[in-house]
Design a protein around this ligand. Sequence first.
Ligand code: KG4
Ligand code: ZN
Length: 282
Amino acid sequence: MASRAHLERINEALYLALKGQDFDAIAVTAGPGLIGSLIVGKMAAQALAWSTGKPLVGVNHLEAHLFANLLENKKLEPPFLGLVVSGGHTDLVLVKDFGRYQIIGRTRDDAAGECFDKVANLLGLGYPGGPAIDRMAGKGDPKAVQFPRPFLHGSWDFSFSGLKTSVLYYLKALKGKRNIPDICASFQAAATQVLAEKTVRAAVKFSMKKISVGGGVAANSELRRRLLAEGKKNNIQVFLPSKGLCTDNAAMVAALGYHKLKYHVLPNQVLRSDPSLAIQNW
Ligand code: KG4
Ligand code: ZN
């Protein structure tokens, strides 16, 4: 379904994006992601590069999430600690320089966004669940239910499947009417407390003065609030993209492509799509 939707819309998207615009290079997502969608994007980009003679550069989608901040804040120079929280990934990355990365933690099971989506599904809130939970949580009490905070002490990894399961068991055990705003607020408090506190602790441990956050879950109002508060307490500057640049967008792909070419990564007119592409050094 996703690749068909890409195929149906790619020409119009390109037409709207390019109408009256000049450009110097083309950046396209090489991975990770659904292979059908990746191939549609890659073929369109290769065709465009071939027909215009412009250089083509492939970029990593997760790395692009970290670069979304650079579109709005030029002060974000490496080194910094990156947190990617999307529908498929939860990664803590030491960004030592442009193109020099060390992944220090990741989720052992569900990604943060996946957990929001699954809990929203349990509550009948539809897909994607993150924005719906965020909205509902605003009307609820975050202390109403004490859900577990899986900190996994001694590791920078995350784990969200236990939290999801505890929401499931809580719902099963409920006799009376469920208070959806309270459940959303309590779940959101547990998930975002772990994400925010662990990320800031990692920044302190690795002597990073800056944190760059990206991915759909970075749009979450409680996560933003907690990250800024924890950062402030520890004298660490937290960079958050505006909400439209947190969720998937093409501008972040262009921003990463721009930096790769600026740092002399060679363009490549024929690319390989990789559904499980890892964050790699340039
Ligand atoms: O980065 P993204 O747009 O796509 C992927 O690369 O996966 O992230 C999508 C994820 C979904 O799981 C969605 O529920 C979550 O981001 N999301 C949110 C919010 N907005 C989007 N999660 C929590 N709160 C939000 N406000
Ligand atoms: Zn994404």
